[in-house]
Design a protein around this ligand. Structure first.
Ligand code: SAH
Length: 285
């Protein structure tokens, strides 16, 4: 059985009486170059432990299990368990973890399964939980890299440069923790059922140390969130949503940080936000 052949997949699913659940973001890969290229892109070897989210019927899981020391896949849809038992039967380095990734303790999962291995994350993510999943993964601090197939728009947001429409708070979060790179796009015809949007694969090596120094990460994210809260207003107005200080005082702080008083939040680099957050927390801790 070829897990990326449309007929084989439809036969397998029919035999198990499986119907796609839109609410679970189920779009299965049906072109074999896609899982192969994702597995190549994540840089996996026999010293690597891979956490996969949403294996589906296992096309990417198989590619990963061939290359990795271990693959652990968290799948929420119990109807897929008997299918995975069949498609992954030949791989003794594969473990299925039933459950919801949003309720998993990632640190505990990695510690339990990947002792002595280099832990990475690799997945064709359920698109409706892309942002919270990636946020949890980078904040957990337990992966060496993240390689994910996601909606192209989200990939562009993650990799965006200051001053562009795609640039936002999520960009800065991902770029603070990782060095994201958009590797290639995947047309919607590569999925069953076919989603409306184009997809893309990003590879995000996790930084060993933060790229900027901040007094407190909480103050940095408070500043970033406030900086993007009112996108059409100037930074001073937008900042007031998170730092309720008089306008004159905020203007002075911007000037002290070397920023023009009429600048907009989307123009600031991560370094600018770090400097601003440090100045703000010194005044209003
Ligand atoms: N990796 C497969 C399937 C991708 S579709 C492929 O590329 O073909 C997304 C998968 O994520 C589905 O199997 C879906 O059931 C699963 N999923 C959705 N929400 C989930 C959650 N909260 N936790 C774990 N798995 C989830």
């Amino acid at each position: 059985m070829n897990l990326c052949d449309r007929n084989d997949i439809q036969n397998l699913l029919a035999r198990h009486g499986f119907r796609f659940a839109k609410s679970l973001g189920q779009n299965f890969l049906i072109e074999d170059w896609v899982p192969r290229d994702i597995a190549e892109a994540c840089i996996v070897d026999k010293q690597t432990g891979v956490l996969e989210i949403g294996p589906g019927i296992g096309p990417l899981t198989q590619q990963l299990a061939r290359r990795a020391a271990k693959v652990v896949s968290v799948e929420l849809d119990r109807r897929l368990y008997p299918i995975l038992a069949e498609t992954m039967a030949d791989f003794d380095n594969f473990t299925l973890v039933p459950g919801d990734i949003m309720k998993c303790d990632l640190k505990a999962l990695v510690a339990e399964h990947f002792d002595g291995l280099r832990p990475i994350l690799c997945a064709n993510l359920p698109y409706q939980i892309t942002t919270p999943v990636l946020t949890a993964c980078v904040e957990s601090g337990c992966f060496d890299s993240l390689t994910v197939l996601i909606q192209k728009e989200v990939a562009q947001r993650i990799c965006a440069k200051p001053g562009t429409a795609d640039y936002g708070a999520f960009t800065l979060l991902m770029q603070y923790y990782t060095e994201p790179e958009l590797l290639f796009t995947v047309p919607n015809t590569c999925f069953l059922p076919s989603p409306k949007v184009t997809s893309a694969v990003i590879h995000c090596p996790v930084r060993k140390a933060p790229p900027v120094e901040v007094v407190s990460e909480a103050a940095l994210w408070r500043t970033v969130r406030a900086g993007f809260a009112l996108r059409r207003k100037t930074l001073v107005n937008s900042l007031q949503t998170g730092w309720p200080l008089p306008k004159e005082q905020l203007t002075q702080i911007l000037t002290d940080c070397g920023l023009r008083p009429d600048i907009r939040g989307e123009r600031l680099s991560l370094e600018d936000y770090a400097r601003l957050a440090n100045a703000l927390s010194a005044i209003n801790p």
